[in-house]
Design a protein around this ligand. Structure first.
Ligand code: KIV
Ligand code: ZN
Length: 515
């Protein structure tokens, strides 16, 4: 029987540490539900002690998720660990993940602690955590740059105290595959009680080797848990990409001889959701989830594919959840057809009122756009979910005029609370004019960090999906808007970001602001 590799997803914690990727509570819950559909084993939902917002988000994820283990990160001290345990109270299955740096540099410069003090603190913290949960992970931060003898002592001691998973991060992305694999293997051989814990790998992508290093940690080192994120999201150059790990294990089962429990058909929906919520666009040539990952344009390749797909394809697009850009519905499609397509796409609608609201959005889109694709339906459902999160500002209509040689003008009407407001403004371009018109009324004074436009499907018929990232008072928020008219999509995205700044319950401190 093949060994099982545990997939530990940290999109909501390490992924969120990408500058600008911070998520609100509701966004974390939406992503967590998708991670559950993907069947990840462990969802690291955040770092409970880092902010009140993150504590609330972890509690909400713990209450929403039923099938995956929900985890919170904590520094290796009583206060953080208690906070993590409190945030996880509602979880069906919970894990506390305590970390402490063990490399000479981190201990001396960051912690200002001697190795003996670090060893004692690691032991004390795991002993304390074991009173609050059964499932305890210990991470030796900057583990790969730690001294082998010392790391062996720390790991042996924390296993004795009851740690059930031992994670050896390559925190700064310095490792290379063979060396990292050998490092894990040496540790497992030298630590006398190594068989009492599951060994885990956690690699950063600074040299572009996070996936290769993680796989080597499993194949050479004998680790049986991989920590990863959707789209490889994460600090600096990111983390190990979940989609690449899963498809490498599956496609090269002949070599790895290991299985994981992931439902690969949920990979692309997860990738799109994370990209939409964080505003981190997936590069077209990204493995598995990039728009070109399964495109064949050269004549020779197309000819080969037509004769036999195996000539140039090692995976099937549909196996990882790519819809085939099929026209699925149109103006004349009824409510039942819409409902059925949602079911086929695996989108659950709990309340009848939500279905009605989504159907109204679908009809409005079908009036503007004759062919509705699966991607359009997914965008409608994302808009509906975002709307549920509260809309103080709501787009109503927009008209705009631009002509070569003239400064574009825009007039916008939107709801502010229960009143309607209209204003006009000029700008450098039509988008700028529209956002200026909104600011005439809202006067948020927020700083614009990002503006990006993407086509949801192919061709000029496609809806535009706009992401706007705003910063104000230490908070960073993303707003997303979709519409066949990209100026309207931009206004919707801007209003959606303003809604998050306006609503204190959507507060989420920038993940880097750890006390
Ligand atoms: O990269 C790292 O070392 C981490 C630990 C906190 C697990 O993210
Ligand atoms: Zn990390």
């Amino acid at each position: 029987m093949s060994d099982k590799v545990i997939i530990f997803d940290t999109t909501l914690r390490d992924g969120e540490q990408s500058p600008g990727a911070s998520m609100t509570k509701d966004e974390k819950v939406r992503i967590a539900r998708q991670l559950e559909r993907l069947k990840v084993d462990v969802i690291e939902a955040g770092f409970a002690a880092s902010s009140e917002g993150d504590f609330q988000a972890i509690s909400a994820v713990a209450a929403a998720v039923k099938d995956s283990i929900v985890c919170s990160l904590a520094r290796a001290n009583d206060k953080d660990i208690t906070r993590a345990a409190d945030a996880l109270k509602a979880a069906n299955a919970k894990r506390i993940h305590a970390f402490l740096a063990t490399s000479p540099l981190h201990m001396a410069v960051k912690l200002r602690m001697s190795p003996e003090e670090v060893l004692e603190q690691a032991k004390r913290s795991i002993r304390f955590a074991r009173n609050l949960a059964e499932d305890i992970e210990f991470s030796a931060e900057d583990g790969y740059r730690s001294e082998m003898d010392f790391l062996c002592r720390v790991v042996e001691a924390v296993i004795n105290e009851g740690a059930t998973t031992i994670n050896i991060p390559d925190t700064v992305g310095y490792a290379t595959p063979e060396l990292y694999g050998e490092f894990i293997k040496t540790l497992r051989t030298r630590v006398p009680n190594s068989d009492k814990a599951v060994w885990s790998v956690h690699c950063h992508n600074d040299l572009g080797m996070a996936v290769a290093n993680s796989l080597a940690g499993v194949k050479i080192g004998g680790a049986r848990q991989i920590e990863c994120t959707i789209n490889g999201l994460g600090e600096r150059a990111g983390n190990t990409a979940l989609e690449e790990i899963v498809m490498a294990l599956r496609t090269r089962k002949d070599y790895f001889d290991m299985v994981c429990g992931i439902d690969a058909t949920q990979i692309v929906p997860a990738s799109k959701l994370v990209s939409q919520i964080t505003g981190f666009v997936v590069q077209p040539n990204k493995a598995v989830v990039g728009a070109n990952a399964f495109a064949h344009t050269s004549g020779i390749h197309q000819d080969g594919i037509l004769k036999n797909r195996d000539t140039y394809e090692i995976m099937r697009a549909e196996d990882v959840g790519w819809a085939t850009n099929k026209i699925v519905l149109g103006k004349l499609s009824g409510r039942n057809a819409f409902k059925q397509r949602l079911q086929e796409l695996g989108i659950a609608i709990e309340a009848e009122a939500d279905l009605n609201e989504a159907f109204v959005r679908f009809k409005a889109l079908a009036d503007q756009k004759s062919e509705i694709f699966d991607e359009d339906i997914i965008a409608i459902m994302s808009d509906s979910a975002a709307a549920e999160e509260g809309e103080f500002y709501k787009f109503i209509s927009l008209s705009q005029h631009s002509e070569t040689g003239e400064r574009p003008k825009s007039k916008i009407t939107f709801r502010v609370g229960d009143k309607e407001a209209s204003s006009e403004a000029e700008g450098n371009g039509p988008v700028d004019a529209s956002l200026n018109a909104i600011e005439e009324i809202v006067k948020s004074g927020a700083e614009q960090l990002l503006y990006s436009v993407n086509a949801i499907t192919s061709g000029t018929q496609s809806q535009g999906e706009v992401t706007v990232r705003l910063a104000k008072g230490g908070r960073i928020v993303n707003g997303v808007g979709t519409d066949p008219d990209i100026i309207a999509a931009s206004a919707k995205a801007y209003l959606s970001a303003l809604n998050k700044l306006h609503d204190p319950s959507q507060a989420k401190l920038n993940a880097q602001m750890t006390p």
